[in-house]
Ligand binder design. Structure first.
Ligand code: FPP
Ligand code: MG
Ligand code: MG
Length: 327
């Protein structure tokens, strides 16, 4: 489990349930065409933290039906949707490494990556239908936000629009949405009350955004052996992220070189390396980290509706881990 759970009974339950999710997922990526199975299982087998299914399982623990089959199905739905989006994301970002393995677009090509993403999304839709019309509606709304966020990332903010607000909006759409839905599905199919479902959904939205913000920090700070991705991919693709936006706001004359280079051609290897180096040493990195930690605190405050106990503690730990993760 990508989560330290101190309560032994809860830990055992989560582990057992995650093993069920893992087994079900392996079945869902099967196709009658062997090549499709190979392409669709590629990223799933390469690893992944399974954060979204874990949140489904944790949120389900807040109800009296945590052991229901629907919970496992919902966990598969969110992981398959996430996987699908990664295949497409790596095409858009021209990323060649994911989970320490070659991305689908680099191992095969863009066509294979796009269609495999579509295949996984279809599988996820098929499963969502098993959860009933409300789940289908939630899934559709989530998908709308996911795609809107991803598209808005490619559009620079309009004149007079605050770049940070634009960026946070992108992040909420492309990542907050699916993590919020993970919490909602878990609460709903686990049998939690409406009040708890709404609180956990709001918690998931903030934790999800924090998750993406730390991902953006890691894009600058971490090496491939840690993140399983190529450092500086966002920079190379011209995708603005929290540390960059914070550094750009700097009035410090010592930042003149960095600000100049940020507007230069970041696909040039030398420029890219120098910017990465300057950013890594920049106080904006710690400023960004502090911002993420503050969001995690906000998310944890929403857990006040839950009774004290191991489940609430685990959800608190989940928010903390997302804020300070290193991979
Ligand atoms: C990762 O961001 C990307 C997302 C969280 C969402 C991507 C969404 C789409 C491509 C649209 C959905 C399409 C389908 C078929 C589901 P990132 O590039 O910042 O993260 P990374 O560092 O993990 O690459
Ligand atoms: Mg990417
Ligand atoms: Mg991307």
């Amino acid at each position: 489990l990508a989560l330290p759970v101190t309560d032994v009974a809860l830990e055992t339950r989560l582990r057992d349930r995650m093993a069920e999710v893992e087994k079900a997922l392996a079945g869902h990526v099967q196709s009658r065409a062997p090549f499709v199975t190979e392409a669709a299982s590629h990223l799933m087998e390469a690893g992944g933290k399974r954060f979204r299914p874990l949140l489904v399982l944790l949120a389900a623990e807040c109800g009296d039906r945590a052991g229901s089959d629907e919970v496992v199905t919902a966990a598969c739905v969110v992981e398959l949707t996430h996987l699908a989006s990664l295949y497409h994301d790596d095409v858009m970002d021209e990323a060649d490494l994911r989970r320490g393995a070659p991305s689908a677009n680099s191992r095969w090509d863009n066509h294979v990556a796009i269609l495999t993403g579509d295949f996984l999304f279809s599988k996820s839709s098929e499963l969502t239908a098993e959860l009933g019309p409300d789940a289908v509606k939630i899934q559709a709304l989530t998908f709308t936000r996911l795609v809107e966020g991803q598209i808005m990332e490619t559009v620079t903010p309009g004149p007079g629009e605050d770049p940070l607000a634009h960026y946070l909006d992108v992040v909420a759409g492309k990542t907050g949405s699916l993590i919020a839905t993970s919490a909602r599905y878990g609460a709903r199919f686990g049998g939690a009350s409406r009040e708890v479902e709404e609180a956990l959904t709001a918690y998931g939205e903030i934790v999800g955004s924090a998750f993406q913000l730390s991902d953006d920090i890691l894009d600058i700070a971490s090496e491939s052996d840690e993140s399983g991705k190529t450092p500086g991919t966002d920079l190379r693709e011209g995708v603005p992220t929290l540390p960059v936006l914070m550094a750009r706001a700097s009035q410090d004359p010592a930042d003149a070189r960095l600000l100049e280079l940020l507007d230069a051609d970041l696909t040039d290897d030398q420029v890219h390396a120098e910017v990465l180096d300057l950013l890594r040493k920049h106080p904006a990195m710690d400023e960004a980290r502090a911002y993420v930690i503050a969001r995690a605190q906000e998310a944890k405050a929403l857990l006040a509706v839950l009774p004290d106990g191991p489940v609430r503690e685990a959800l608190e730990a989940f928010a903390d881990i997302v804020a300070v993760r290193s991979a």
